[in-house]
Write a protein of this length. Structure first.
Length: 339
């Protein structure tokens, strides 16, 4: 096992609504991203992926609240730090975030160089404008952006250039961990490939040391990340390598997700797509038992009353289910034979 660049231990966070109701959006999540590796996080909308990303940065503002757990970046625990401390010493340099709809994150009235100056001055107020421009030109060139982009406004850039610009700004301080939340959404296929290739190159060249990549597109994760974690109703239900998760999913939810998409590597001839019935549970009142039980066609009576434990198998894989690995594989095999 390599060096843990990001380690999350039993992290719990919640939203508090204006009616003072608690929504348990991240409930006991633990994960590790090793140096030089990337982790993909998949799941339906509302399962907690983006909230997990925000929570992992340790930067909490209402309605999001920290409850418990640890967040370690390169061995240093950042949970519980004051927001000002996190902003000045952690964000950008230790951990960076590319938000959803990143292309809309750029103020249309400011030139791109202003955003770069703001990020760098937050950590090093003594940097001169000339030094900042030199840093920016170097990083932008790595991402295939001409230096003239620095003097442009966001509205003057294409969608692909805007996305690369946001990535360049987010990684200008070479963070140890980069969290990318749907970074290829709203882009055409060609731009998607370019953005993903550039992000991989940033890690391969050491400009970032590990990455978490969030998306709805599981086949995309197979080609982008080393490992995949599947999230459901605020919890991780399975974690494994990208190849294992795509071609041998164990948890019924992971298996259902893979059954609802086309994987080009498997071929599409004779493929029967299936849907997962129902909707995720209300996280204001999480179920006492397995959170997927109401939608799981394999559920036993005890699944509705006892929360399933996390189980390890094959040395590194994790899943959260009452069934055994061999039992689930037999069920899936028989179903495939009957189709």
């Amino acid at each position: 096992m390599g060096k843990a660049m990001l380690e999350v231990k039993n992290l719990k966070t919640k939203y508090v609504t204006r009616f003072h109701e608690d929504v348990y959006s991240v409930d006991g999540v633990s994960l590790v991203i090793e140096e030089g590796r990337s982790l993909g996080v998949a799941g339906e909308s509302g399962c907690g992926k983006s909230t997990l990303a925000l929570s992992m940065m340790g930067y909490y503002f209402p309605p999001l609240h920290y409850m418990s757990g640890d967040i370690l970046i390169d061995g240093n625990n950042i949970s519980g730090l004051a927001p000002d401390t996190v902003r000045k010493t952690i964000l950008g340099s230790e951990i960076a975030y590319i938000p959803q709809a990143a292309m809309n994150a750029l103020n249309p009235t400011a030139k791109i160089i202003r955003f770069v100056e703001d990020v760098i001055h937050a950590h090093d107020p003594k940097k001169t404008k000339a030094e900042i421009r030199e840093m920016a030109e170097e990083r932008f060139a790595i991402l295939g952006l001409p230096k003239m982009v620095l003097d442009k406004h966001a509205v003057e850039l294409s969608g692909g250039m805007k996305q690369r610009t946001v990535i360049a700004i987010s990684t200008i301080l070479s963070p140890k961990v980069l969290i990318a939340d749907e970074p290829s959404s709203a882009l055409d296929v060609t731009s998607q490939k370019i953005v993903i290739k550039l992000m991989r190159e940033l890690m391969e060249k050491g400009y970032i040391r590990s990455m978490m990549f969030i998306t709805h597109e599981l086949p995309l994760l197979y080609n982008v990340t080393d490992d995949i974690a599947v999230m459901y109703a605020g919890q991780l239900v399975e974690v494994g390598t990208a190849k294992e998760m795509v071609f041998d999913p164990i948890h019924p939810y992971s298996h259902g997700l893979m059954g609802s998409i086309l994987v080009p590597e498997e071929g599409t001839r004779g493929t029967n797509l299936t849907a997962i019935p129902g909707t995720p549970p209300n996280l204001k009142r999480p179920p006492a038992g397995c959170r997927f039980a109401e939608r799981c066609k394999y559920a036993k009576p005890e699944c509705f009353f006892a929360a399933p434990p996390e189980k390890k198998f094959e040395g590194h894989r994790m899943y959260r289910c009452i069934f055994g690995v061999d039992e689930l594989r037999d069920i899936y095999k028989k179903e495939a034979e009957q189709q």
